[in-house]
Design a protein. Structure first.
Lengths: 374, 428
């Protein structure tokens, strides 16, 4: 087991002006499950392949533990690319299926036996070692396949969108299985996905990338609570955060149409230092509360869709007050999303007024998109 | 009419035939009369074979993005002239009668006269057969790598073999894990090779465990051989070679060696150092299929590389025997087709034509003529050799147009003999 360190690692594809991965600095801890996530083209897969040795590193370096692997052939890196699936050989015993790759690499017989037994213990397969795969259940077969990777005792597991060919329901159950197996094994794992929910549910930490640049790396909860910039704020969280540009007005407040939000002094100072009178504000769906229409600072919204999930209910609507057009122009998406009490959700077409809970706003610089600490 | 539309993306001729299949059923539940029992290889998806208009098609049920991706990749490989199965189409928008939507199906045309490795091992497992399989696979990998194709899961199971004048030609069957790049990094090539090495060793060990492998064949040594042979071939195809300016004949020699290996050199990079004493040469654009292309151009006969080499040799011999060496190549080739190739094929009764491909038959007749002449002590003519070949050899050969069954004691259950994949969703 080992740490993994990206040190200003850069990959520029031939003929491209901008790097696919740009000076990536990332320190992954021993035994950690780190997820690389981002929209298509963000560089997450390239970053993983640089670690695997499949993509060249044009500048910077990559280390596994203390070893610099930047220019090392893939098979010498002590990593295991965990495929979507491994082949199982029907005429070979479970033990042989798990250990044959070690035999190829010349590992002594006693050592193979030791590792196979150890992996079998971890995977609850000890009593099946002498059987053929056919006699096993589907789940046991899958564990044999994982065993093939485990007996190599790699320092790092790499997984590139392993669940992409499964339908939504299976993805949910399978991601839990992979995450719990990884925790049992304690092997440092780098996992790539484009799905932020997968990232949030599986990773010890999640690294968000966009356009080849690292945006933020942190625990799922910290990403959710304190996104480092507007991109992360909008990318992490489902349903997505509401984000809009507000005018700073007198009295330490920001206003957009009828919406009115209080702004902490530190944020006001930062905005005026930038010479701006605008601020980007984000608020999660759960930070919006329905209020009576007489309340000041509420946003009138017409309900388009109601999602009743039983434990939760989400309202998707569009601004409906006299200043709706102005509001919509300033919003990142033309939908306002609010979580409401389940079983008390408004009806489709109904007009409601939503207000941002005090102290639950996220502030971002209009100029840089960076978070403004409060 | 349902909300979804069944879409069959394919050539018009094949579209017609495909229309008759029960697309509203999950592939797994298709009635047997639609299906042909071919060995299925490793796939995590449901794969079935069907016969339409005299041709066999492979059907693979897979999510839309995968179907589209593999279809596109296979079409790219076809455009790049890589020996691979031909993608026929993607059938999407499938819906069961109860309205439930079904995954799309990728349709590929089964390669006629192709042999899965298990079928080959079931009949002959001599050491040199194994060597020839390996050679064919190595050439295929190198060709793919030259074109920037990363296979990702190279194995004997993902390859089909066709006879090639006593040797084999390898075809890529499964492009599911493939990626087409402008150029492959060394890491990608080496990783691809490592995957191939492990897969091939595993497949051979499995054959050994099943009792299908001759004791003289060592699975590990064989898989190591893949790596060694690839390295040698890759070096010949791509490496700089430096020599003294007086040894310029070595440039021509390099090109000849590549031709021997079946590759054409379209561009050669030649650099002379400042003092002008040393010349360095590197092939730039190399194309496989040197002899195939030449034979096709001269005669219109579509053959594998070694078959083509054999037929071209026979063409040269014919030119010498008939004193036409000075003649225009195309004219001599035309005469050879009319005097030699076609008469031999006319000797083959129609019911035997499914046993071997025509160029392979011609190659075997040439071999047969050689043995016959040696035994008789005089040169047996081509017509006589062809007739004797039909009567004593071809008659007893199995039909290889479409190999059915495979090796197996129980052909109904591919899992009993084929390595198989376990999908993640079985992880419980």
């Amino acid at each position: 087991m080992a740490t993994v360190t990206y040190d200003k690692a850069t990959r520029v594809y031939p003929g491209q002006d901008t790097p696919a991965v740009d000076s990536l600095d990332l320190a992954i801890e021993d035994g950690e499950f780190l997820v690389l996530v981002g929209p298509s083209g963000c560089g997450k897969s390239t970053s993983l392949r640089m670690l695997a040795g499949l993509e060249e590193v044009d500048a910077g370096s990559i280390r596994i533990g203390e070893r610099d692997v930047t220019h090392m052939p893939p098979k010498d890196r002590d990593i295991a690319m965990v495929f979507q699936n491994y082949a199982l050989y029907p005429h070979m015993t479970v033990a042989a299926n798990m250990g044959f790759a070690l035999k190829i690499s010349g590992t002594p017989k006693a050592e193979i036996q030791r590792r196979v037994l150890e992996a079998a213990k971890l995977l609850d397969l000890v009593e099946y070692l002498d059987r053929k795969p056919k006699a096993l259940s589907g789940g046991q077969r899958q564990r044999v396949a994982m065993g093939r990777a485990i007996v190599r005792e790699p320092q790092v597991f790499l997984m590139d969108e392993p669940l992409s060919n499964l339908d939504a329901k299976l993805r949910v159950s399978t991601r839990t299985q992979i995450a719990s197996l990884q925790r049992r094994l304690g092997i440092t794992t780098v996992y790539v996905t484009h799905d932020q929910i997968e990232a949030m549910t599986m990773g010890d930490r999640v690294c968000v990338l966009k356009d080849g640049l690292l945006q933020q790396v942190d625990t799922p909860l910290n990403l959710y609570d304190t996104p480092a910039n507007v991109f992360v704020a909008g990318f992490i969280g489902s349903p997505a955060m509401n984000i809009a540009t507000f005018d700073i007005i007198e009295g330490g407040r920001a206003k957009l149409g009828e919406a009115d939000v209080s702004v902490p002094r530190s944020v006001l100072t930062k905005v005026s230092d930038e010479g701006s009178d605008l601020v980007t504000i984000g608020f999660r769906p759960e930070s919006l509360v329905p209020v009576s229409s007489e309340d000041v600072g509420g946003i009138p919204v017409t309900v388009d869709v109601v999602e009743e999930l039983g434990s939760d209910a989400f309202v998707y609507g569009h601004p409906a007050g006299p200043k709706a057009a102005e509001q919509t122009d300033r919003m990142r998406s033309d939908t306002v999303i609010a979580r409401v009490e389940p079983r008390m959700a408004p009806a489709k077409g109904e007009k409601i007024v939503l207000k941002v809970r005090e102290g639950e706003s996220h502030f971002f610089s209009v100029k840089t998109g960076e978070r403004i600490p409060q | 009419m349902s909300a979804m539309e069944l879409r069959i993306l394919a050539t018009p001729r094949e579209q017609q035939a495909l229309l008759d299949l029960p697309w509203d059923m999950p592939l797994e539940e298709w009635p047997e009369w639609y299906l042909v029992a071919l060995p299925r290889g490793i796939s995590r998806h449901v794969v079935r074979f069907t016969r339409l208009g005299g041709r066999i098609y492979a059907l693979k049920e897979v999510v839309q993005s995968y179907a589209d991706r593999e279809y596109r990749l296979l079409r790219d490989l076809e455009r790049l002239n890589v020996p691979a199965v031909k993608a026929v189409g993607v059938v999407s928008g499938r819906q069961a009668p109860d309205g439930e939507s079904l995954d799309p199906i990728l349709v590929t045309r089964h390669l006629q006269f192709s042999l899965p490795y298990r079928a080959l091992f079931a009949r002959m497992m001599r050491r040199d057969t194994v060597d020839r399989l390996i050679d064919a696979l190595v050439v295929l990998i190198a060709r793919l790598h030259l074109l920037g194709f990363y296979w990702g899961d190279c194995s004997l199971s993902n390859t089909l073999f066709r006879r090639d004048a006593g040797a084999f030609a390898a075809y890529l069957v499964d492009a599911e894990t493939g990626e087409l790049h402008d150029r492959l990094s060394d890491g990608q090539r080496l990783h691809d090779l490592e995957v191939a090495r492990v897969n091939i060793a595993g497949e051979m060990m499995d054959l050994a465990a099943a009792g299908y492998l001759d004791e003289t064949v060592d699975p590990i040594a064989t898989s190591d051989q893949v790596v060694e042979r690839y390295r040698t071939l890759w070096a010949e195809l791509t490496e700089w070679e430096a020599f003294d300016v007086n040894d310029r004949w070595r440039i021509a020699r390099r090109v000849e060696r590549l031709n021997e290996l079946g590759f054409d050199v379209a561009e050669l990079d030649i650099v002379t150092d400042i003092g002008g004493r040393t010349v360095r040469v590197q092939p730039k654009v190399v194309d496989a299929g040197h002899h195939s292309r030449r034979l096709l151009r001269l005669t219109g006969i579509d053959a594998q590389e070694n078959q083509a080499r054999r037929l071209l040799n026979d063409l040269d011999a014919y030119a010498a025997e008939t004193d036409q060496q000075g003649e225009d190549e195309e004219i001599v080739a035309n005469a050879w087709v009319l005097d030699c190739f076609e008469p031999v094929l006319r000797t083959i009764p129609p019911e035997f034509r499914g046993k071997l491909e025509s160029p392979e038959i011609y190659h075997e007749v040439l071999e047969h003529r050689w043995y016959l002449s040696e035994r008789s002590g005089y040169d047996v003519g081509l017509p006589e050799a062809a007739q004797d070949y039909v009567d004593t050899v071809l008659r007893h050969k199995p039909d290889e147009l479409a190999i059915l069954g495979g090796t197996t004691e129980n052909p109904e259950d591919p899992e009993a003999t084929q390595p198989f994949r376990v999908p993640w969703d079985e992880l419980r």
